[in-house]
Ligand binder design. Sequence first.
Ligand code: PXL
Length: 297
Amino acid sequence: MKRIVTIQDISCVGKCSLTVALPIISAMGVEAGVLPTAVLSTHTAIEGFTFHDLTREIPPISEHWQKLGFTFDAVYTGYLGSFEQLELCTEFIRTFRMSRDPLTGNEYPACVFVDPVMGDHGRLYSGFTTDFVREMGRFCALADVIVPNMTEASYLLGIDYLKDGEYDEAYVRDVLRRLCGLGVRNAVLTGVSFSPENVGFMGLNAESGEFFSYFTEKIPNVFHGTGDIFASTAVGALMNEFSLEDSLAAAADYTLECIRETLRDPVGCEYGVNFETAIPYLLRRIGKLNEMSGGKE
Ligand code: PXL
């Protein structure tokens, strides 16, 4: 079985970061190790949230894993809250850059997947500064894949944020080229929308120069936590040997299904989406339900 580690906070209630990454990646048949960076009562969009920093835990946890000889098929980082955490994650990635096949002993590179979680709708989340954004830009150079939204991309590149309807495909291509300029192997811009009916992603492979994109139905309401669902699903699909483009497409489809599930629910959740009841859809979408025991689809 493949094993990944995800480094981000745990917001105890709020359906984001680890409380979505862990169930989604596990459901996809991949072991999900976690390195929690902080414990919050809720995500920071809910007033009065508590915050307990776990930065000091990162080095001893990492050292213990090293001693045990653990390797990971992917390192997936999400919400990180300080310069020190970025530094420690850099060190962590350097240490765990290579994975090892337990049967053959052969080494191969782990996939480094960075979601530079910092903001949305043109604004940084509470607590983030432009200095942190600059350091996140440096951190992105370690990544095989980054998945910023338009807000995060604009901050990373120091350019004005454009709302949907204010940009075209040529603009997005230019943003992607500049994101690749940070040193990443694949830049993917999420939440790209060229029409009121559709939303999706556009990506660029820095090496081949090839662009790719995928669009689904756009539901206009604002839903929290969907970026984390998208990223977690993409990591899970990559670990199921999907290509990057197909992994991201599965992630986009599942994210839409989670939103549909929320709208179908008469007591829909106001701080996140119903990703739980959409898990059977996800397993069908990646062709896993039939092969899993108990799957009757
Ligand atoms: O969904 C991203 C996220 C993750 N973790 C925390 C957050 C947010 C977004 O607001 O506040 C703590």
